[in-house]
Design a protein around this ligand. Structure first.
Ligand code: ZN
Length: 175
């Protein structure tokens, strides 16, 4: 019995480890977006209305601009939610969940595999972005928390569940 438990644990650790070892190629998830399309200070910005802190980065573009998968991954959720409007969640390398919100339309389905840069929808202002300039709200969530990321500010303990997308976006828009 104990042997089976240990073996199962080792398999789980191996699968988890393999996920973390996967390379994470990355592109800016809005077609044609440049450094000026997003505000580098917008991640974890406080105050941010009902959300308290802003847990992603807004990439501004005209309505209908293609939204592309920032990483290769599998679509785990697609639907309509109050705040985010039309949204999609994509599980990518390193067990990170990539969140695409305020979409005008989506063109993917749950269970679909998306390659890097594959189109998953279009930029819009659905959900609580209604009446505001169209943009993609893009966030990266962790499945396993990183407590060392906690901050003392508002919503500080939630910070461990999020990755700051800004350095990735900056690197991808450098050239
Ligand atoms: Zn946002």
């Amino acid at each position: 019995m104990r042997g089976i438990l240990i073996r199962t644990l080792l398999v789980v650790l191996a699968v988890l480890g393999a996920g973390f070892l996967l390379p994470e190629p990355f592109i800016v998830p809005v077609q044609g977006a440049k450094r000026g399309s997003y505000d580098q200070r917008s991640f974890w910005y406080y105050p941010w209305g009902k959300c308290v802190t802003h847990k992603g980065v807004d990439v501004f573009a005209e309505r209908g601009t293609p939204v592309l998968s920032a990483v290769p991954g599998i679509v785990v959720f697609k639907g309509h939610v109050n705040m985010g409007g039309n949204v999609a969640w994509v599980l990518g390398p390193k067990w990170r969940l990539h969140y695409y919100a305020h979409l005008d339309s989506t063109c993917t389905s749950v269970g679909s595999w998306l390659s890097l840069g594959e189109r998953l929808g279009t930029v819009g202002n659905s959900g609580n972005a209604k009446g505001k300039p169209s943009h993609l709200h893009y966030a990266i969530r962790r499945i396993l928390p990183a407590p060392w990321r906690n901050t003392s500010g508002p919503h500080g303990t939630r910070r461990m569940w999020f990755v700051d997308p800004t350095p990735l976006l900056d690197r991808a828009t450098r050239h």
